[in-house]
Design a protein around this ligand. Structure first.
Ligand code: ADP
Length: 219
């Protein structure tokens, strides 16, 4: 198994690159997605959260009422800690299970890490020391903004605020082993993903992993 990290700002094209890597045979580990799955009705995290906070965190349609959860943990360190204590171990465990399923093979595993570099420029790079390399998808914030509005239906001001409230391109590029420039067409992007794929295949396989490398970015 060769495990690489993938990060990039909102609208950079990180999900698009992840998909292209999966098309080439990679296995994608996506902590945000795991959180969403485990928080869906019937999921273990959903059940644990309802056990702690009761029916008031269930919306009328039976799904998790995220605003109700946010209101509970907002400005309450104990409740936030309780939430993290429910979510983080469950996600780490699921990531471990998914990783173990491909351990010992020559599979390339891509770990999606949206917040590898925080808004203040600090990074969790040390926590991901087990990764064979880190790929950063880089694009001009103006291009990211246009794509988010035109293709993903974002409100312009909301997209602008989200972009402003994250690490800069320079901060993110500083942790990269490989930078993908996504300022061009999707075809140009695919060619770079081919290069990343060749690069990743040539990396030395990781030693047996521990539980590190997990990442949680949402409740
Ligand atoms: P992220 O996951 O980094 O937030 P996405 O991969 O969702 O970004 O990309 C944002 C939007 O831009 C999506 O609608 C995606 O299809 C589109 N997109 C990504 N790369 C390109 C590109 N090179 N040319 C045109 N559109 C692109």
């Amino acid at each position: 198994m060769i495990e690489i990290g993938l990060t990039g700002g909102i609208g950079s094209g990180k999900s698009t690159v992840a998909e292209m890597l999966v098309e080439r045979g990679a296995v994608l580990l996506d902590a945000d997605r795991i959180v969403r799955d485990l928080q869906a009705p019937g999921g273990s995290v959903f059940a644990a959260m309802v056990e702690r906070w009761g029916e008031r965190i269930i919306a009328d349609d039976g799904t998790l009422d995220r605003q109700a959860v946010a209101a509970i943990v907002f400005n309450d360190a104990d409740e936030l800690e309780a939430l993290n204590g429910i979510v983080h171990p469950a996600v780490a465990e699921e990531l471990k299970t998914q990783r173990e399923a491909v351990e010992g093979s020559d599979t390339i595993v891509v770990l999606d890490i949206p917040l590898l570099v925080r808004a203040d420029g600090t990074s969790d790079k040390d926590r991901y020391a087990n990764l064979a390399g880190i790929v950063v998808v880089d694009v001009d914030p103006g291009v990211a903004l246009d794509r988010l509005v035109a293709q993903r239906g974002f409100d312009e001001n909301d997209a602008r605020a989200r972009i402003a409230n994250q690490a800069s391109r320079e901060q993110r590029r500083a942790v990269a082993d490989v930078v993908i420039d996504n300022s061009g067409s999707l075809d140009a992007l695919a060619l770079q993903v081919d290069d990343v794929w060749s690069w990743a295949r040539a990396l030395p396989p990781a030693e047996a992993s521990d539980s590190s490398g997990s990442s949680c970015t949402s409740t």
